[in-house]
Design a protein around this ligand. Structure first.
Ligand code: COA
Length: 436
């Protein structure tokens, strides 16, 4: 059979497709905006009909409804989260799901070696004339999961962009095909307040012409982009990027021409943004998505000079230990690619690592610079890996500095209302007076 015949032979409805899932299966769902919502919704809707028992659902960021996390679905599904989001947090907090800590770069190996997927739920573009479909906006662990799975069920969505890189699967490797044209999940640009603008301005002061950037998700990375308009020849080698990057490409600020690897191209492992971003990336040879065990590998990241990683965190203690994924014992996200990029940037010639956060949380009632991490909090980035910490009040540079100097600099960028308590801790810990 040629690929067109194979394609026609494997088409069925979403309801029929999810009927292939068996009790006890481990189902890996495509990441973030690549989630095949038609399939995840059908799987949840058909849980009773097919009598699923103990189906394990594995994924990172869930941007869909995550109906399988609902309390009434407990006997059918159990979520094993490699990263938490809004729709999955409650299931983990209430004990109806589990969390597995893992560096994003190591997720493909985890799926190949330990969490073998029985089923991969995918969403891909229409095939090209040679029968290749693009994984579109999510290559990350999605492609490795598909390659490791016993059964691949794919939503073929004409709206999924074709994005270059190592980001394709041949129709003959799709076991079950569901044709469904649906809008892709979008992430709208965040609101940027005064505090985020000030943080963005502080971070931008650390960025030089020719730097190669990694940007996390959210208001702070987007705020930085506002202050990079006067820079020249920036590059992107990032876990993901969003709409703000397109503006800087169009303004001629991002050219990727100083990169040692991926020269002339924005390289990432997934995209998260609006249709504007997806349209830009579609069929565009200057954008490449590759699997996360390549993009996030610190030894790949380091091959570019002047890598600057920009990430956010929950709290930082006076030694520079960074918690980015839990509030005390309550897991709120995951390590994601934070440590992958911190390590890669630290190893890059001329590289810099920036951890940025507002100085307070909970409407100014909690300092995010603390004497000790909250009881139960996770050390996401260790004190040996951390370098710049940025708040709206300034920049602390920690790497290579003593514990005493670290504490001094961190206190100087804490919210003034909390400095007195931090200074008292400094003076008792270091047996000397605090000076600015
Ligand atoms: N104490 C108590 N609560 C805190 C807190 C603190 N020190 N810091 C944050 N919070 C709360 C916030 O109030 C908010 O609560 P809410 O959801 O009830 O509003 C919640 O934690 C999330 O904080 P927020 O500042 O809104 O998060 P964010 O969207 O800016 O994301 C991280 C910040 C750290 C959670 C996020 O960057 C992350 O998950 N990082 C780890 C992964 C990573 O870096 N990936 C990068 C590669 S893309």
């Amino acid at each position: 059979m040629n690929w067109r015949e194979i394609y026609a032979d494997r088409i069925c409805s979403a309801e029929e497709a999810v009927g292939k899932i068996k009790s006890g299966d481990r189902v890996v769902v495509a990441h973030a905006c690549g989630e095949p919502v038609v399939l995840t919704d059908a799987m949840t809707a058909c849980a009773e009909k097919y009598g699923y028992k103990n189906v394990e659902i594995v994924h990172m960021v869930a941007m869909g409804k995550a109906g399988y996390c609902a309390p009434e679905m407990s006997e059918h599904f159990r979520h094993n989260a490699l990263f938490l989001g809004g729709s999955t947090k409650a299931a983990i907090a209430e004990g109806r799901g589990d969390f597995t800590p893992v560096f994003f770069s190591e997720v493909p190996a985890l799926l190949r070696e330990k969490l073998h997927p029985n089923v991969a739920l995918l969403q891909v573009s229409e095939p090209d004339e040679h029968g290749f479909c693009s994984y579109g906006v999510s290559c990350d662990y999605t492609k490795p999961a598909a390659e490791a799975a016993d059964l691949r069920i794919a939503q073929i969505n004409p709206k999924m962009p074709r994005i270059f890189g190592d980001n394709f699967i041949h129709v003959s490797n799709l076991d079950v095909i569901v044709e469904a044209e649906t809008d892709l999940i979008e992430l709208q640009p965040p609101k940027i307040g005064d505090v985020q603008r000030k943080i963005g301005e502080n971070i931008a002061s650390l960025v030089k012409d020719g730097d190669c950037l990694q940007l996390g998700i959210g208001a702070i990375p987007d705020a930085v982009l506002l202050f990079l308009k006067e820079k020249k020849d920036l590059g992107i080698h990032s876990e993901m990027f969003s709409d703000g990057v397109v503006e800087l490409i169009n303004a001629g600020v991002i050219t990727n021409k100083c990169k040692q690897i991926g020269n002339g191209k924005c390289v990432a492992t997934f995209l998260m943004g609006t249709k504007k971003l997806y349209d830009y990336a579609n069929d565009n040879p200057s954008v490449e998505l590759k699997p996360v065990d390549y993009v996030n590998d610190p030894y790949v990241i380091r091959q570019n000079d002047n890598v600057v990683s920009i990430n956010s965190c929950v709290e930082v203690d006076l030694m520079g230990q960074v918690c980015s994924e839990s509030v005390g014992l309550t897991q709120i996200s995951g390590v994601g690619g934070q440590v992958d990029f911190v390590r890669g940037a630290n190893m890059s010639k001329g590289g810099r690592t920036i951890m940025a956060m507002p100085s307070t949380a909970a409407k100014g009632t909690i300092s995010k610079i603390v004497p000790f991490l909250t009881h139960g909090a996770t050390v996401t980035t260790s004190r040996c890996d951390v370098d710049y910490v940025v708040t709206e009040h300034g920049i602390a540079q920690l790497r290579g500095n003593t514990l005493r100097e670290r504490a001094r600099q961190l206190i100087a960028i804490a919210e003034p209302a909390f400095r007195e308590g931090l200074i008292a801790e400094f003076e008792s810990r270091f047996h000397c007076a605090y000076t600015e």
